[in-house]
Design a binder for this molecule. Structure first.
Ligand code: HEM
Length: 187
């Protein structure tokens, strides 16, 4: 039987491509150096990660929460390094009201850390992501694959009947990222 991860990957391939093709992500991925674009990117990520991590705290084991649900803190540190006082208001994100929803949302957040490793390599050496404002992009660094595999083990344990709910949550999360990223048009 096909793994649930493979099913999620197939179901979300189209929204993933759409996100990659937003002006903001194209600008970041092609190594755009200007600090303003980078700041807008971090703000978008913060507005999404922060409310999702707050909700996930109820569903993620406490020991994992302290190592996994930290990306909004990293984003805030990067934004402060760029002179911002705060990350801004929270975006509208899906409600997480079940373990299945939590897995669907985590699939998107954890998976997005994989692409960051690729993006980071495409940024020029002078980019602030390689210096004082790179905590988020650095992500889990060399532990990225290990984190991802540990998450996939949990994901595959999700009972068959709960998987459609997780898929719906993953798609809704991609939708929230799409709305947010599409809102940035001045790249
Ligand atoms: C220019 C932007 C992006 C690029 C170039 C990119 C690239 C990639 C790449 C190369 C992988 C596969 C990595 C691997 O298997 O080791 C990946 C996986 C993934 N990315 Fe992205 N990504 C981008 C943006 C995003 C964003 C913004 C999100 C969600 C918020 C996202 C969510 C995911 C997910 C969930 C996976 C895991 C798919 C799976 O293998 O099951 N990506 N991305």
């Amino acid at each position: 039987m096909e793994s649930f991860r493979k099913q999620l990957q197939a179901s979300t391939a189209e929204p993933h491509l759409a996100l990659e093709n937003t002006r903001l992500m194209q600008g970041i991925a092609c190594g755009k150096v200007d600090v303003d674009t980078y700041r807008q990117y971090l703000v978008c990520q913060y507005r999404l990660f922060a409310p999702l991590e707050v909700q996930l705290r109820i569903w993620v084991q406490p020991d994992l929460a302290t190592t996994r649900l930290v990306k909004s803190t990293w984003l805030l540190a990067d934004l402060q390094a760029l002179g911002c006082q705060s990350g801004g208001t929270f975006a509208t994100v899906p409600d997480i009201t079940s373990q299945a929803h939590a897995f669907g949302v985590q699939y998107v957040l954890e998976g997005s850390m994989l692409g960051l490793q690729v993006i980071k390599k495409s940024l020029p050496p002078e980019h602030p992501a390689h210096h004082h404002a790179g905590r988020f992009i650095q992500g889990n660094g060399t532990d990225t694959a290990h984190h991802w595999k540990a998450f996939l083990l949990q994901l595959e344990a999700l009972p068959q009947q709960e998987r459609p709910q997780a898929t719906a949550a993953a798609l809704a999360t991609f939708g929230a990222f799409q709305r947010e990223f599409e809102g940035v048009t001045n790249v």
